[in-house]
Design a binder for this molecule. Structure first.
Ligand code: PGA
Length: 257
């Protein structure tokens, strides 16, 4: 983390879990366990139908509501889609784009991820842009090359002012939901490379302002070590965000200097 130049963000990704009727109880338990002192921005990215509930429930303990996907279209005849303006209208502050599950199961391309990020920026929502290599790519030593390509593709056409309001999440695919976490050194190495790519594209000032998160089996036990790394500014947390006590413990791990 580097609190001097950028925000620390702990974002939960509930994926297709939890129910609207359970949000209140979850938030009560979270509130009881959160540290009194605020040391990071806390976000919970819920399915779209729960965002309004999260906006209301999150007010008291300053948890921002986020979405998990958005349409690239502004409005119109796109059955089933949810626009960035709709997300902003219900109070979402963040939205995940390019999660590997969407890339894999919904065939999302790098250019679609880029269009979605731009749609969000246009409506004042912070995109949490996910990038990450497969196990095969890592084993073939292609990680850095592939991540650099993904970052460049996702940020195409986004200017130096806008990029400061983007969050990048490094999520190695082999670490998501597998219990296999990247080591702190492995995660730092890639997050540092992501910042170097942004520096080349936009210069040092913009690069140091962008928050870069790590995601992939981050949990209450390993969070502190990952967050101690200079280029890891927070986490995108799936499984462990479903348990309020664990999520609160990860938030508390941002209190370190
Ligand atoms: P995980 O998921 O923490 O369950 O590995 C992370 C993510 O997919 O964002």
């Amino acid at each position: 983390m580097n609190r001097k130049y950028r925000r620390t963000v702990i974002a939960g990704n509930w994926k297709m879990n939890q129910l609207n009727s359970g949000v209140k109880k979850y938030m009560e338990e979270l509130k009881e366990n959160l540290p009194a002192q605020k040391t990071c921005d806390i976000v919970l990215c819920t399915p779209a139908v729960m965002i309004s509930t999260m906006v209301r429930a999150g007010k008291e303990c300053k948890v921002a509501a986020g979405a998990q996907d958005v349409s690239k279209y502004e409005k119109g005849a796109y059955t089933g889609e949810v626009s960035a303006e709709m997300l902003a209208d219900v109070g979402a502050k963040y939205c995940i784009v390019g999660h590997s599950e969407r890339r894999e199961y919904h065939q999302e391309s790098d250019s679609l991820v880029n269009e979605k990020a731009k749609a969000l920026i246009a409506k004042g929502i912070v995109p949490i842009i996910c990038v990450g290599e497969s196990l095969e790519q890592r084993e073939k030593n292609l990680t850095m090359e592939y991540i650099a390509y993904q970052v460049k593709a996702a940020l195409d056409g986004i200017d130096g002012t806008q990029v400061r309001h983007c969050v990048i999440a490094y999520e190695p695919i082999w670490a998501i939901g597998t219990g296999k976490t990247a080591t702190a050194d492995q995660a730092q190495e890639v997050c540092g490379e992501i910042r170097a790519v942004i520096r080349k594209m936009y210069g040092a000032r913009s690069a140091r302002a962008v928050s870069i998160l790590y995601g992939g089996s981050m949990n209450a036990k390993n969070a502190a070590e990952l967050l101690a790394m200079p280029d890891i500014d927070g986490g995108l947390i799936g499984g462990a965000s479903l348990k309020p006590v664990d999520f609160a413990t990860i938030v508390a791990a941002t209190a370190q200097e």
